[in-house]
Design a protein around this ligand. Structure first.
Ligand code: AMP
Ligand code: MN
Ligand code: MN
Ligand code: MN
Length: 278
């Protein structure tokens, strides 16, 4: 099997490894082609591409775009995007603009719950206010001794439905897909098993995703439990989606799978990379 891993994060968003460190880890793990897909930014791509060239593995420039579909947040991965495309650059910038204000609201909730100073703490970890994510709040809560590990920060405070969750308006599904496709990329729905939707609504979402130009869904991902792979394999086959595979790696101690260390896609699936001459 060709070892493609098409979903990973770096310090350019909420990963713990620099783009170069991520690529080096992927290469050590025997990955043949790796995508960097940071949240709403392409800032890490240049460094990652250089590192991939040095490590002798193929590089896929990517991004993971935050989308609001009704009240649900969806993530759409763009693969083989052109980070210089003006519409993509402007679109991603418009999403990042909202992150600091949302961070202030999250911090206000945490302060109300007896945890002051979390905006400053999370910002220090994020480095850049435009990159501030809930992961940075989670890590700060660990460092400040409020929780034992990042997952607990989500389970107690930050996940949807928990007391410090703040609803936020990201971009539309239509915008995200159009920016990705407009820059020459392929749009892939990230971790479809992670969205809290009734089956009929999920179906409608997938149909809309396809109608708007989305071509793939992730089947094998670190964000699905292995027992879920078969479900999404079936959906990909039934609905005619290309299938993707990616660790959704964020860093040591935070992710179930290292880059390149996932089950293979089932041989009956059409992988997204079948589209690429390589
Ligand atoms: P944000 O874009 O700021 O809402 O942050 C989203 C990021 O938080 C995701 O990409 C994950 O890395 C992390 N995350 C979201 N939900 C959870 C969860 N339930 N458990 C652990 N991490 C999560
Ligand atoms: Mn993340
Ligand atoms: Mn995601
Ligand atoms: Mn991700």
């Amino acid at each position: 099997m060709e070892n493609f891993d098409l979903h990973n994060h770096s310090t350019a968003s909420d990963g713990l490894l620099s783009p170069a460190q991520l690529i080096e880890l992927a290469a050590r793990n025997g990955t043949h082609a790796i995508a960097l897909t940071d949240h709403d930014t392409t800032d890490g791509l240049e460094e990652a591409e250089r590192a991939a060239r040095e490590a002798g593995i193929a590089f896929v420039p990517g991004v993971e775009i935050s989308v609001s579909w009704g009240r649900t947040t969806l993530h759409v991965v763009g693969l083989r995007v052109d980070p210089a495309c003006p519409e993509l650059v402007a679109g991603l910038g418009s999403i990042r603009e909202g992150r600091l204000e949302r961070g202030r609201l999250i911090a206000a909730e945490l302060e109300r719950l007896g945890m002051p100073g979390t905006l400053e703490g999370a910002l220090e970890l994020a480095g850049d206010a435009a990159q501030l994510t809930r992961s940075h709040f989670g890590r700060h809560l660990v460092q400040a001794g409020h929780v034992k590990h990042t997952q607990q920060a989500f389970d107690k405070y930050l996940a949807s439905g928990k007391p410090a969750y703040v609803a936020h308006r990201w971009t539309s599904l239509e915008n995200a897909i159009s920016w990705i496709c407009g820059s020459g990329g392929i749009a892939v729905l990230a971790h479809p098993g992670r969205y809290d939707l009734q089956p009929s609504v999920r179906r409608e979402m997938l149909r809309e995703f396809g109608q708007l130009g989305g071509e793939g869904i992730e089947v094998v991902t670190g964000s699905h439990r292995p027992e879920e792979y078969a479900t999404w394999q079936r959906v990909a086959a039934e609905m005619g989606f290309l299938a993707s595979r990616g660790a959704d790696y964020h860093g040591p101690g935070e992710s179930s799978h290292e880059p390149g260390r996932l089950a293979a896609l089932h041989a009956s699936l059409v992988p997204v990379w079948s589209r690429w001459a390589h």
